[in-house]
Design a protein around this ligand. Structure first.
Ligand code: NI
Ligand code: MN
Length: 229
């Protein structure tokens, strides 16, 4: 089994797990200023949504309606999606996990907000710790501050790959994201949530150098780049 990860820009990723297609935090062109792919150009079997902010959910309804993909999100966001006519949903909440055909998904703690685009209450924000069926562990941290709870993930064995926000301003910045990578015991890090807008301008290669200095691999993905986890 292989997990192929594709970066669409900002915090939007695709994961192709032996043909099963996941989209994480759908925010495509033209809504996403750094994306070149539109929501009509991607396929999905599962859509994972970390929190209710528009830069993570704005294309979810269109994608779910066209593809029939199952949406995985917190209970409140699932209720909001149900109200938009999306019936194929699976609610999770922080600390809970569930086994899906591609692996087990556990919702992790994120310190952030989760208000939905129309002002509806979006519950608490989270991240997703995915244990794929081949044993590969990938953490999509979501939008979050550095939190001491990240140590818990490291203490139970760490992850093969952590996708971490580094933009600062709305989430942790590069220095905190270095500590996060240590806490999580990530073997490899992919940075995200930077250079989408002036508020979150960062140099991802400088971040990669800081991780390199402590022997953690970092892969800076350009928009539309793919890697095999
Ligand atoms: Ni956010
Ligand atoms: Mn965001």
């Amino acid at each position: 089994m292989t997990v192929k990860l594709t970066y669409y820009g900002h915090s939007t990723f695709g994961a192709d797990v032996d043909g099963t297609k996941l989209i994480i935090d759908p925010f495509f062109a033209p809504n996403n200023p750094v994306a070149t792919v539109t929501v009509d150009e991607v396929e999905a079997d599962f859509i994972l949504i970390t929190h209710g902010h528009s830069d993570h959910i704005v294309d979810a309804v269109a994608l779910a309606k066209r593809t029939g993909a199952q949406c995985i999100a917190n209970f409140e966001i699932v209720g909001w999606l149900n109200n938009q006519g999306i019936d194929n949903t699976h609610p999770l909440h922080i600390g809970g996990g569930n086994s899906f055909p591609f692996g087990r998904v556990k919702m992790t703690i994120a310190h952030h907000g989760s208000g939905l685009p129309d002002g509806s209450y979006g519950g608490n924000p989270g991240g997703f710790l995915i244990n794929f069926n081949d044993g590969t562990d990938v953490l999509f941290a979501g939008d979050t501050a550095l939190t001491y709870d990240m140590r818990l993930i490291g203490e139970v064995g760490g992850v093969d790959l952590a996708v971490l926000p580094i933009g600062d301003n709305f989430t942790m910045g590069p220095d905190d994201a270095v500590i996060a990578a240590e806490f999580i015991k990530a073997k490899r890090v992919v940075p995200c949530h930077y250079n989408t807008w002036p508020y979150i301008e960062q140099d991802p290669n400088a971040y990669a150098d800081k991780l390199d200095a402590i022997d953690i691999d970092c892969t800076v993905m350009d928009v539309n780049d793919s890697l095999t986890v």
